[in-house]
Design a protein around this ligand. Structure first.
Ligand SMILES: CC(C)(COP(=O)(O)OP(=O)(O)OC[C@H]1O[C@@H](n2cnc3c(N)ncnc32)[C@H](O)[C@@H]1OP(=O)(O)O)[C@@H](O)C(=O)NCCC(=O)NCCS
Length: 157
């Protein structure tokens, strides 16, 4: 990154405030996701967000610019399983297309990492579609690498 763009990024992220997510943020989160996908989100997606916000082991943050929600991240602490000790998971993350590339996704992820660290969690996981190049690049840029797992799936008729 050039020195100028690094400086611009810092100035832009300075305008951004991050706070804990709440149910009142759901309409704006849905609107961001619909802007990203360029289509309506399913009822199931909205329900998934609502369910996360109800769970004690879930945690989320929103990024605000001029008081408006411009990005969100939801994570979860999972207990032991898959041969892992307690671990942190990033479930969903999204930044409004107009604000992408200005450091908001990184700022949201770092806030979540701070939370996990305070909870004594050191290992953080997520899953990305194999063909989602932008998501892969983002996660790589914020320190993720291939995990020890491979995902398996089976379709039931
Ligand atoms: C992926 C996403 C969360 C990243 O948030 P963002 O605010 O745009 O990213 P940031 O500006 O914080 O970038 C952080 C790092 O990731 C990299 N990155 C982010 N988006 C990238 C992209 N599309 N391609 C390549 N690298 C990318 C940046 O280069 C940056 O690296 P650097 O800090 O070393 O320069 C956001 O762009 C997004 O919501 N994208 C849409 C995701 C999507 O398609 N969702 C639908 C399916 S679930």
């Amino acid at each position: 990154m050039s020195r100028l763009s690094a400086l611009t990024d810092r100035v832009l992220t300075k305008e951004i405030k991050i706070r804990k997510i709440g149910v009142e943020d759901i309409p704006e989160i849905v609107s961001i996701q619909e802007s990203i996908l360029q289509k309506k989100v399913s009822k199931k997606w909205v329900q998934m967000v609502k369910n996360h916000l109800k769970k004690e082991e879930s945690i989320g943050f929103v990024a605000l610019k001029n008081g408006q929600v411009v990005g969100f991240i939801i994570g979860q602490i999972k207990g032991e399983g898959f041969g892992l000790e307690q671990s942190g998971w990033i479930e969903v993350v999204g930044v409004h297309p107009r604000q992408m590339g200005t450091g908001i996704g990184r700022a949201l992820a770092e806030k979540l990492f701070q939370f996990f660290k305070k909870e004594g969690i050191r290992d953080i996981h997520t899953a990305v579609r194999w063909d989602a190049g932008d998501m892969l690049s983002f996660f790589k840029a914020i320190g993720f690498d291939r995990s020890v797992f491979i995902n398996l799936s089976k379709h039931l008729d």
